[in-house]
Design a protein around this ligand. Structure first.
Ligand code: S3P
Length: 165
């Protein structure tokens, strides 16, 4: 039985790779952001607006706990999942794949995106850079595997991962 969690920055391809991987392994796929939105009945920008980032993070931790209770499946997480120590403790015993992407790729893949509140700023590059400085060591700390996604397509990453399970 496999429970696989994908972590990494915004624009790393966690949702795309996770969907493909789950299909290949015939496992359920869950996306923590989608789950938060479904439970709240509102989208992420609305949650940030009304409840603040703190409110979003509270919801995220609850969803993570519930998703990790699944006996098997593929879970794509939001880029900030590693910000809370509580979440990192929950993820430590699990198979965690860190999908890495360069800053340029993160920027390219999130360009013109309106659904990520943290990037609704004059200078998304500076935000992504700052977040990576903080989060890269945290992703590494909990990862059982690190995959560089620059120059690789999601299908080939999912195929490679699926061979291991
Ligand atoms: C966030 C990443 C987003 C989403 C929210 C906050 C972050 O998920 O959870 O906007 O803090 O990096 P993706 O990584 O799927 O874009």
């Amino acid at each position: 039985m496999a429970l696989i969690v994908l972590v990494g920055p915004m624009g790393a391809g966690k949702t795309t790779v996770g969907t493909l991987l789950a299909k290949k392994l015939r496992l359920p796929f869950k996306d923590s952001d989608a789950e938060i939105e479904a439970r709240t009945g509102a989208d992420i920008p609305w949650i940030f607006d009304v409840e603040g980032e703190q409110g979003f993070r509270d919801r995220e931790t609850q969803v993570l706990k519930d998703l990790l209770a699944m006996p098997e499946g593929v879970i794509a997480t939001g880029g900030g999942i590693v910000m809370r120590e509580e979440n990192r403790v929950l993820l430590k015993p699990v198979q965690v794949v860190y999908l890495r992407a360069s800053l340029n790729e993160q920027l390219r893949r999130t360009a013109n995106d309106r659904k990520r509140p943290l990037l609704q700023t004059e200078n998304p590059r500076a935000v992504l850079e700052r977040l990576m400085t903080i989060r890269d060591p945290l992703y590494r700390d909990i990862a059982t595997q690190i995959i560089e996604t620059d120059g690789a397509n999601s299908r080939s990453i999912a195929t490679k991962l699926a061979r291991q399970y």
